[in-house]
Design a binder for this molecule. Structure first.
Ligand SMILES: NC(=O)c1ccc[n+]([C@@H]2O[C@H](COP(=O)([O-])OP(=O)(O)OC[C@H]3O[C@@H](n4cnc5c(N)ncnc54)[C@H](OP(=O)(O)O)[C@@H]3O)[C@@H](O)[C@H]2O)c1
Length: 256
């Protein structure tokens, strides 16, 4: 295996959910830079998704956008179908989109719980069910789920979110054994605190930001780009012998 080619994704096609913004956007750009044609994804058409697609296409011109609201159960399979229709195949699936609701545990409604489990767990399973047969046929595939340090260290105001991420990580370990014989790896990337839109309001309070920073051994918040190296490792030939892993990208925040 020539080492200089380990991260080369030329000829590969990838779908990254939730890539209009944030961590997904950074991962989509990273995959495109390595040569993959990328289906970027958001809940709706608009300038944010258009701008991301334009940047991704600069790096990888065959890239496209797909749209889908993953709270709708039928959307997960359709997003995969749309990506395959536009790109020809799908070699890499990054299940990154999630819904995160902050509420005290006693206030969580049935609808709150169902929404987070639907987007963060059920949609991931459905997308894998839709994407895996093509990967099995070609005997090469990379599936990456994006979890959270909350898999191990749940936040009191995000009980269902944390549980959904734990469930997803359990799915990864389960499927690693079942998909491995077909040349498909599946891993989970667990970010710590990354500066994206979902954290802006909470971290705008300097006292809160200082308290959270103290929980991070490296003492700074990550940028979306800090997740790209780990994602490229797990989505390329560089990671061909890594499956079922949970890779924490959290400045040490995931430590017990
Ligand atoms: N940021 C952190 O500190 C952190 C920490 C731990 C784990 N994570 C995980 O990392 C992943 C990315 O987080 P992020 O902070 O980068 O997110 P973000 O900046 O809030 O972006 C969310 C992305 O997901 C899409 N999305 C939101 N709700 C959706 C839905 N119902 N159906 C389909 N797509 C939906 C959004 O599309 P639109 O643009 O159309 O709304 C957007 O592309 C998530 O799985 C999150 O749980 C993040």
């Amino acid at each position: 295996m020539p080492h200089h080619n380990l991260f080369n994704l030329s000829g590969r096609a990838a779908l990254v959910t939730g890539s209009s913004r944030g961590i997904g956007r950074a991962i989509a750009l990273g995959l495109a830079e390595c040569g993959a044609a990328v289906a970027v994804h958001g809940t709706k058409p608009g300038p944010v998704l258009d701008a991301t697609l334009a940047e991704v296409q600069q790096l990888s011109p065959r890239s496209v956008a797909v749209i889908g609201e993953l709270s709708e159960p039928a959307a997960a399979e359709r997003i995969v179908t749309d990506a395959v229709a536009a790109l020809g195949t799908l070699d890499i699936l990054v299940a990154n989109a999630s819904v995160q609701l902050r509420k005290s545990w006693a206030q969580i409604t049935q609808a709150d719980a169902e929404l987070q489990m639907q987007v963060n767990f059920h949609a991931t399973l459905r997308m894998i069910q839709a994407a895996a047969p093509g990967m099995q046929h070609r005997q090469w595939g990379r599936i990456l789920t994006v979890g959270s340090v909350q898999q191990q260290r749940p936040h009191p105001d995000m009980l269902v979110y944390a549980a959904s991420k734990s469930a997803q990580e359990n799915l990864v370990r389960n499927l690693a054994k079942q998909l491995g014989p077909d040349g498909i790896t599946i891993n989970n990337l667990a970010p710590g605190v990354i500066l994206t839109d979902r954290n802006t309001d909470v971290l705008a309070d300097e006292a809160t930001a200082a308290r959270v920073r103290d929980l991070i051994p490296l003492r700074f918040f990550g940028e979306a780009e800090d997740c790209v190296g780990a994602a490229l490792l797990l989505c390329s030939d560089a990671g061909r012998y890594i499956t079922g892993a949970d890779l924490v990208v959290g400045g040490g925040m995931g430590l017990p």
